[in-house]
Design a protein around this ligand. Sequence first.
Ligand code: FAD
Length: 347
Amino acid sequence: MRQNTEEYRGVFTFAQQVDGKLSGISLELIGKGKDLAADLNTEVTAVLLGSDIKGLAQELAEYGADRVIVVDDPKLKEYRTEPYTQALAAVINEFKPEIFIIGATAIGRDLGPRVSARVGTGLTADCTQLDIGDYPLVAIAGREQKHNQLLMTRPAFGGNTIATIACPENRPQMATVRPGVMQKKERVAGAKAEIVDFDAKLEENNKYVEILEIVKNTKTTEDIMAAKILVSGGRGVGSAENFKILKDLADALHGTVSCSRAVVDAGWMSKDLQVGQTGKTVRPHLYFAIGISGAIQHLAGMEESDIIIAINKDENAPIFSVADYGIVGDLNKIVPALTEKIKAELA
Ligand code: FAD
């Protein structure tokens, strides 16, 4: 069915919460939503789903939401695909947003495509950039060029190219966005938003799953996305045991150890610590790339770091092309020496 796209207005963001706590991506999406809304001369609406979560609306307002739509229902207590999909689809059908952005978290990657299919629109997954612009990007004779479209950019073909995708015929224009890529706005204490309670009229059906037990992962892993200093190791480190020299450097700098995918594939470190296209996007003040070649899929997750220091025995390693400082040599000699020097300086 052809939609009247003119009916759709406003930038909507999914305010993901887990156990009654907003996920960082929820605030990042509002930050990006504000920029998009300014270009479109419209407002940002955060959509908050859960049970007993209304109190979180104030935090969303303080990070820039103009309006918060709250669907508060016991069926939404824990994340489950079907009730969350029903709720979000109902919000879209009722409020008709022009743009809907969702975090590319485990929840968002499950929820986004299902909602888009249910409301009959497209979705661009795992975006790293969002802009408002013309589509097609340049005027082509005989083809209508539409203005004020959401241009959704993401790596494609294993990171070998960057694709910009638009959704000119259907609304909302939907995208999932990688955590850590967009910036949240400064919090404004006491800022107010319009709060709208919405009854999504959830209906239990045979797609509802029953949660029998929730087993939390008790392994404590570092949050590499929040770290200001990352000491990241690659295959060149040689073994899980040899990561000790990176840990010593990280401890001396009050930093955190992270790694490349080769290290995760070798079973030396857990997936939570992987930086890159299929790992996490990080933006620390200081990023050490030690024994990491600098494959494009790795660079996609760390090149926005403020300062990058690479240590590699191969002077032609691609990592040096993004590094601010490079040290060519054997990491087994350089890293312990650097750690000792830093300890002495900071003592
Ligand atoms: P290598 O490429 O093997 O590099 C090891 C480096 O260590 C070399 O440069 C070598 O010169 C150096 N070295 C060796 N010994 C020493 C020494 N003693 N001292 C100093 N230097 C030394 N990769 C990621 O990291 N993150 C991702 O999210 C990711 N996603 C991917 C998604 C797809 C779809 C695909 C196809 C690939 C992905 N990859 C990802 C894999 C990526 O292409 C590379 O294979 C990977 O990043 C290589 O890891 P590495 O740099 O640790 O290992």
